[in-house]
Write a protein that binds this ligand. Sequence first.
Ligand code: ADP
Ligand code: MG
Length: 251
Amino acid sequence: MIENKVLHVADVQKNFAGLRALSDIDLTITEGKTHAIIGPNGAGKSTLLNVVVGRIIPDEGAVVFDGTVITGKKPYEINQLGIARVFQTPEIFNDLTLLQNVMVPAYAKRDGPLRLNVLTALDSDTDIRLAAEEILEDVGLADKRHADASAMSRGDKRRLELAMCLVQRPKLLLLDEPTAGMSRLDTNRTIDLLKKIKAGGMTKVIIEHDMHVVFSLADMVTVLAGGRIIAQGTPEEVRRDPKVQEAYLGG
Ligand code: ADP
Ligand code: MG
């Protein structure tokens, strides 16, 4: 079977005022796979995701998504092409209900940038409401759909944010530490949910500190340290790599 590249980060460099945040990053993500990016704090993991979603413009190099160069496109344009991203800190609308929170990105994906009267439009949009209710069911939040998002637990907030991405049916889902701050129970529920998504064939890139999560989910692992790729392979290969043990696992 020919493996299809969904994403190619090609020779990317990024400096922040003299600090080399990313050097010579060349990374390929294969369709349908779960690809983990691990590495110590400050390694450049979030910067790399920000480059992919268009929040940070690289100094050199390019990002190719599904055959299209996306470097220089605006974040919402990249999102519309089919890349969704779960942030390290959940970005949700506290004044809205859970259901409305999930409807907003579905609406933006279908109709483009939001208008001021979006809530009025949402109330009468049955298609989007049904899609949002289905996703809330999948992530285990259906019972709470009419509650205000402000009153949620941290674990529920992360699940809500995941639902806000899934409702867009992205070709590529990027997750920045999706289990950070979660209890072991919530972490395991998230692993199960991500396995279910994997069975559906969605390509995922996941930044993760928790090795239990990496080894439960990842097909491939890339290790970053000091802004460079220091190792790459299956979880087993990476675990055995002395460079990785030195830079990360032993640290
Ligand atoms: P990680 O997610 O692996 O912990 P980051 O990508 O957040 O690492 O950060 C990589 C390096 O770049 C760190 O040294 C961080 O302080 C620096 N950095 C990240 N974002 C910025 C920014 N917007 N301005 C200046 N420095 C930044
Ligand atoms: Mg980070």
